[in-house]
Design a protein around this ligand. Sequence first.
Ligand SMILES: C[S@@+](CC[C@H](N)C(=O)[O-])C[C@H]1O[C@@H](n2cnc3c(N)ncnc32)[C@H](O)[C@@H]1O
Length: 439
Amino acid sequence: VDIQTINQERRLKLRTDDKYVHVMKYMGSKRDLLPDIKLEVDRILQGQGGVLDLFAGTGSVGLYLQDSYNIISNDIQSYSRVICEALIGKYSQTEIEIFKGKLIPLREKFEIHRWDLSTLLNFTLQESNRFVQVPKRTWTEELREEYLKFFATFPNPTNKFQTPSAELARLWMLYRERNADSKLFPYVQTTLLFSEAYFSLQQAIDIDSLRYAIDEVFPKDTREYNIAMTALLYAHSYCSSGTGHFATYRDLRTLNSINDVFLYRARVVYDYFLKKLIEIFDFLPTTQSDRGLSLAMDYRDLLAAGEYADKYDLIYADPPYSFVHYSRFYHATESLVLYDYQLPQYKGRYRTDRHQSPFCQGLTVQPAFEEIFRFAALYKKPVLLSYSNVGMISEVEIKKTALKYGFISETKEVNYEHSTLGREKHKSNQIKEYLVTFR
Ligand SMILES: C[S@@+](CC[C@H](N)C(=O)[O-])C[C@H]1O[C@@H](n2cnc3c(N)ncnc32)[C@H](O)[C@@H]1O
């Protein structure tokens, strides 16, 4: 076993690596491990062939490997497919110029939509902006209570979408209408579901307005469409207040928490969107690889579909390792992509069609792994697995499962050194990432 350590120094060095575009704060992202993963892939494939990134998430591994290998990316969440479609494969300077030519029409559509939706919510928006304009870190107890009263007027699953506000009642009505026809103008999904929970009302309006403008200006599912959506996913992740996931919003019980949350509320969605576009167009010309194939399937369906098997020579598997379902943490991200006005549930406003991953449940995790090895043996493909020492199942058990199908394994360990903020160094719990090769 060969051990590497990931510490701040190494993280900073990786940040200057140009084979990566950061799109979302993502649990379990392999950003810090990319060089190690490439080393293992190179050892197995010797710089040739196709890699199946079976649980692609933010696509980091495919992006990083694309210059040496053909990439097939897959993830059950649709946002992953959008990111991989956008960032894998060459994109010419001419295409970039054509894209740039559409920025003015995009801005126009954005402004018109923003105008209309803002007018519809005129009084509520003025009230919301009053709170956004509270100078940094000057919230008082009185103001906090005032804000919570305002927040309580927003329709949501816990108040059965009841609201004393005529403007917000109308917004809820528009939302329900769009449940049957999602293309109606104006777009209101984020505004109804998440304003004041994860975004200020203005930010939510801006997100919906950009989502609308993208639909208007770029034909769905083209490369340009996915590039624009990827930049929007970034703005969505970085303008949301707090942790970067959407399992629950902060309930603002203390002055500290409201001071924190409102640091994010003034972020300008369009600025974040443009910043990421510029970065993407800086990155894309550095790649000369062919377009990848990006899918949004359950991993079992993909493996079972034999037609893909001759497109890859290695299965890279980075499944979830904790009991936390990605579909619950990133439901708002998924909804932004699908934009289907689902009728949401619970305080967190979750989607009802959330995927319950077998990797996140004690009883199903072993059989879930078994499926990977069963198909890998059937197609005679090696497997490279990323997993953690605090996962739902032990490394030993995974290896036992693989051995049933004749796979011999080799492990590389990577330690995470967590910053302890000046406290004693060695007491921090050591989290290890395993990189296990099965052949
Ligand atoms: C650890 S993350 C992958 C992170 C990724 N390598 C990155 O760097 O961003 C695991 C991924 O598995 C996906 N997933 C969970 N269950 C799945 C299933 N049944 N089929 C396909 N993907 C699944 C999740 O949506 C999540 O994106």
